[in-house]
Design a protein around this ligand. Structure first.
Ligand code: AMP
Ligand code: MG
Length: 336
């Protein structure tokens, strides 16, 4: 990601801050011993940082909700390290689940499945289903294995606020986490795609890096959009919100004083010298770069004292663009 400051030819290329702790196995050992004791640990995944606890310990899971100030109606995703763990969590698993796991796990796909009795109701918000994912991150997988339990983990931020893509973002929002593993910047930068299977097709409950087209290759039958659903838990209109007013550029008010605004620039076409700050999220004009850098850009502008409003460039709502626009629209909603 490239930051560009007005009046100064300062260009900083921000690359992933590889923290040496990531490669120190004792940090994962400590974190795993905390999970076993019923404590709460923040850890990196390839999507965003998670706030994890033993998914089979309802008291430990309750602390996740307390720390995040998350409403209890919003269910959590359970993270596993081996597909064999599915049997403990799910009451039935059809062949399409194994086909999805074969293609996309470890990776940014969450599958909603019928839950087993072993999964406490607090994890699923009382639903008969449980959302499961295997993250593609060595530290996350090692943590799950060493904890010897599935780990329930939402994003490690206060409910409704910006998702964390580095350990600093976690520390900024959450003060009473028992342990944070610093694994540097996450590579994908937005949350997993969530899919729910139906007898004759599938529904995407949340858009992510794995697209509808990719899912259709494995699940060729009918497809139902999340929009068709009257209700799915946790699908708020407002979410991922920065603490400053956010406009998507097609909404920008004509009288907006952009000399105090920060622009999140994708294509370059909206860039004007008058902006206080410009954050170029995709040097190669690649939507994966936009996704990877979106939350980091929002955090940096939220923290910048010289910026009092954020303007973000929209993209076409197809493929990964749909996931980016989902985050932007929800982040902007509170400010409409
Ligand atoms: P996150 O907050 O990123 O951990 O994502 C959790 C989201 O996954 C929730 O807000 C729901 O939208 C979705 N989810 C989790 N469990 C279920 C479930 N059993 N059924 C449907 N959606 C679920
Ligand atoms: Mg979240």
């Amino acid at each position: 990601m490239i930051f560009c400051c007005r009046n100064a030819a300062i260009l900083r290329h921000i690359t992933a801050t590889q923290n040496i702790m990531q490669n120190m196995p004792e940090n994962v050992d400590i974190a795993a011993s905390y999970i076993k004791q019923g404590k709460v640990v923040a850890f990196p995944t390839e999507t965003v940082y998670g706030l994890g606890a033993n998914a089979l310990n309802p008291i430990a899971v309750a602390r996740i909700f307390e720390i995040k100030e998350r409403p209890y109606f919003d269910p959590l995703i359970v993270h596993i390290a081996e597909t064999t763990q599915l049997k403990d969590l799910c009451s039935s698993i059809d062949d399409r689940v194994y086909a999805l796991a074969e293609k996309f796990w470890p990776g940014p796909l969450t599958i909603v499945l019928p839950k087993s009795k072993a999964v406490p109701d607090i994890v699923t918000a009382g639903l008969p289903t449980v959302a499961v994912r295997m993250p593609a991150h060595d530290v996350a997988l090692e943590l799950i294995r060493k904890s010897e339990c599935p780990i329930a983990a939402p994003s490690a931020n206060k409910f409704g606020q910006l998702s964390p893509t580095c350990a600093h973002h976690v520390r900024k929002q959450l003060t009473n986490v028992d342990y944070i593993i610093d694994g540097g910047k996450t590579t994908l930068g937005i949350e997993s795609t969530i899919v729910q299977l139906a007898p004759d097709g599938f529904t995407i409950l949340r858009y992510g890096i794995i697209t509808e087209n990719e899912l259709s290759e494995i699940l060729p039958a009918g497809y139902g959009s999340a929009k068709d659903q009257t209700f799915a838990p946790g699908m708020m209109k407002s979410h991922y919100s920065p603490r400053k007013k956010l406009y998507i550029a097609y909404d920008v008010e004509p009288h907006l004083d952009i000399s105090k605004a920060g622009l999140i620039s994708y294509s370059g076409k909206l860039e004007k010298d008058a902006y206080k700050k410009i954050v170029r999220v995709a040097p190669n004009k690649d939507l994966k770069e936009y996704a990877a850098n979106l939350f980091e850009a929002l955090h940096s502008l939220e923290d910048d004292e010289e910026v009092n409003v954020i303007v973000a460039e929209p993209v076409d709502e197809s493929g990964i663009g749909r996931a980016i626009m989902d985050r932007l629209k929800k982040a902007a909603y509170a400010w409409c």
